[in-house]
Design a protein around this ligand. Structure first.
Ligand SMILES: C[S@@+](CC[C@H](N)C(=O)[O-])C[C@H]1O[C@@H](n2cnc3c(N)ncnc32)[C@H](O)[C@@H]1O
Length: 326
């Protein structure tokens, strides 16, 4: 059953960037000149700090939807003042943000997508069912958009069901959505505890997968709503496209994702952009105008090794894929 923790926050661990060596080896290799970098998810500045240290000539444009993260990044990256531009923005708008600096191309783009561990550990952000009294918010950008409570209290049953099915891969998605709609007629959902309770009731305390006990019941429902609230998958598709357009020939992109829905989007995107023809099989002569714009640099995603996992267990789900613009 869901724990009911009423404390306001968990002491945030110092943010440790995931897969630091892989990020540096793809985006800051010794034999290349890198002058302009976009970090589309600057977060607490961990990866940006590493890149700026390795590349003392480079300038970095760091974007984040979360004003608190930007404030932390500003402090962390103060050693490189004059070379760092931090902007409150979705990464899907990276081209506009780069243009505002007079940059029409860049040499490297990093996306480390999803929420940060700090966001999850801050009770008042409403990302975690561990904080039962926390408001059901889940917005990375607290200045815009609909909260999770708003979606849960107002979306039609069918839409809620699709969110739980597609973004949470919850087998009982339909039953869960139906029960939420029943309950909200008498009392709206306001807190993380309200949502966790209905997940416990319908899913029986744990998700079950292949007959085995899975994660605690609310985990996947919270993940599904978070993805919907922040339009995470649409942002990723749009951001990947903008990154390719913005890269100079020979420029590189690296994308770190944390669950299979995101990794599939990245994998398919790089595969598509590396194809030289998209005509249906058997077409005698190519009639499409599709030409490769990327070379993949990773056949399989790079994952954390044992040493990194021992120091940073949260790296366990991270997968990095990289590609170079032709
Ligand atoms: C995993 S953290 C990044 C951590 C960072 N690489 C570091 O080393 O500190 C992800 C960050 O991306 C931000 N973010 C997620 N989606 C975004 C989007 N579409 N546009 C801008 N920022 C986004 C989140 O607010 C969060 O701060």
């Amino acid at each position: 059953m869901t724990q009911t923790m009423t404390q306001t926050t968990i002491e945030p661990p110092k943010h440790i960037p995931v897969l630091p060596e892989a990020v540096c080896s793809f985006l800051a290799p010794e034999n290349r000149t890198v002058r302009r970098i976009v970090d589309g998810t600057v977060g607490y500045g961990g990866h940006s700090a590493l890149l700026l240290e390795r590349l003392p000539q480079a300038e970095l444009l760091g974007l984040d939807r979360d004003e608190d993260a930007l404030a932390a990044a500003r402090e962390r990256l103060s050693f490189a003042r004059g070379r760092v531009h931090l902007v409150h923005s979705d990464y899907s708008r990276m081209a506009d943000r780069a243009a505002a600096l007079g940059w029409d191309t860049v040499d490297a783009v990093l996306l480390d997508v999803g929420v940060s561990s700090r966001q999850i550990d801050e009770a008042d952000r409403g990302f975690s069912f561990r904080f039962s009294d926390a408001p059901l918010d889940m917005r990375m950008d607290r200045s815009a958009g609909r909260t999770a409570a708003d979606l849960v209290n107002h979306l039609p049953e069918e839409e809620l069901s699709v969110i739980f099915r597609d973004y949470g891969e919850i087998r009982e998605a339909r039953r869960l959505a139906r029960r939420i709609v029943e309950l909200r007629q008498t009392k709206p959902f306001n807190t993380c505890g309200d949502l966790a309770a209905v997940c416990d009731e319908i899913l029986g305390g744990f998700h079950r997968r292949g007959g085995r006990k899975g994660p605690p019941a609310p985990t996947l429902a919270f993940q599904a709503l978070r993805i919907a609230v922040n339009r995470e998958l649409d942002e990723l598709r749009e951001g990947l496209q903008r990154a390719v357009e913005l890269l100079a020939p020979g420029g590189r992109m690296a994308v770190i994702s944390f669950h299979s829905l995101e990794d599939r989007i990245v994998k398919n995107f790089i595969r598509d952009m590396a194809m030289n023809c998209k005509c249906p099989p058997g077409t005698p002569v190519c009639i499409c105008s599709w030409r490769a714009v990327l070379t993949p640099l990773t056949k399989k995603p790079v994952e954390a090794d044992e040493r990194e996992l021992a120091a940073n267990p949260r790296a366990a789900c991270a997968k990095l894929r990289a590609a170079e613009k032709l």
